[in-house]
Design a protein around this ligand. Structure first.
Ligand code: SAM
Length: 227
């Protein structure tokens, strides 16, 4: 059993021992949230704040069940930031493995299959508007796909080499100067987002690569410094 699962079981035992209800579990975020989740929340808040005055909207690529998507949308809503949120996924999970993906990552083949209806149900429950789900396979993206849209922030979380590289090549022209592309696992050894970043940057000198935290997620950003 991995460390994360063990920690989860321990916290569930604490929940039972001290008689927390399911409602308590959801509302006592400070007690039950692990630092991994909290780090992600705070980092996303920080990136949204830093790019709030940069021209353009926000996009997440690789949304699974919409956890990060709803997190972004809640931050936009709380702080009244009027940016549209685009959510791109093909809802087929991890399937586009090639030689650039690590052997260890192959056990995740066909996992992380999301459900558009479930995400829409959550968006409806919170009465969120100004969100568009793009049902699209990122390996088929071409430059020009996003037309004349502008993005201030793009959150990449597709894990694999080909979808990440194709999406980078496609979205580059739509990222505003000062805008940020952030990677959930841009440094992580298990995944190959890092190879896609490396190959993208070989031909593209418009970005500065910055590590956020080498042991947490998200871990890497590419900041667009010129057009
Ligand atoms: C690790 S999950 C994303 C987790 C999500 N960001 C969250 O907050 O929970 C990876 C996602 O990338 C998507 N994905 C993988 N390859 C893709 C591709 N070629 N095109 C579009 N989406 C893809 C999968 O369907 C899956 O939903």
């Amino acid at each position: 059993m991995n460390l994360k699962k063990k920690k989860y079981q321990k916290v569930i035992r604490l929940k039972k021992k001290f008689k927390f209800t399911d409602f308590d579990l959801i509302t006592n975020y400070g007690l039950f949230s692990g630092d991994t989740n909290l780090f992600k929340t705070l980092t996303i808040f920080d990136l949204i704040s830093k790019t709030s005055s940069v021209k353009g909207d926000i996009i997440e690529l690789g949304i699974h069940r919409g956890n990060t998507s709803l997190l972004i949308k809640k931050i936009l809503s709380i702080f009244k930031i009027k940016k549209k949120l685009y959510l791109l996924d093909h809802f087929k999970g991890l399937i586009h493995y090639n030689k650039d993906d690590t052997k260890r990552s192959k056990v995740f083949r066909n996992q992380y299959i999301g459900d558009k209806k479930q995400i829409q149900a959550f968006l409806n429950f919170f009465k969120f508007k100004n969100v568009e789900i793009i049902d699209k396979d990122a390996t088929t993206l071409k430059p020009g796909f996003f037309k004349n849209k502008k993005f201030s922030l793009a959150y990449f979380d597709m894990d694999l080499y080909v979808p990440t590289l194709r999406a980078l090549e496609s979205i580059d022209r739509n990222i505003s100067v000062g805008g940020i592309i952030v990677f959930d696992e841009g440094h992580h050894k298990l995944w190959s987002e890092r190879f896609a970043i490396r190959d993208f940057l070989k031909k593209n000198k418009k970005y500065k690569k910055i590590f956020i935290d080498k042991k947490r997620q998200p871990d890497v950003i590419l900041k667009k410094i010129k057009n």
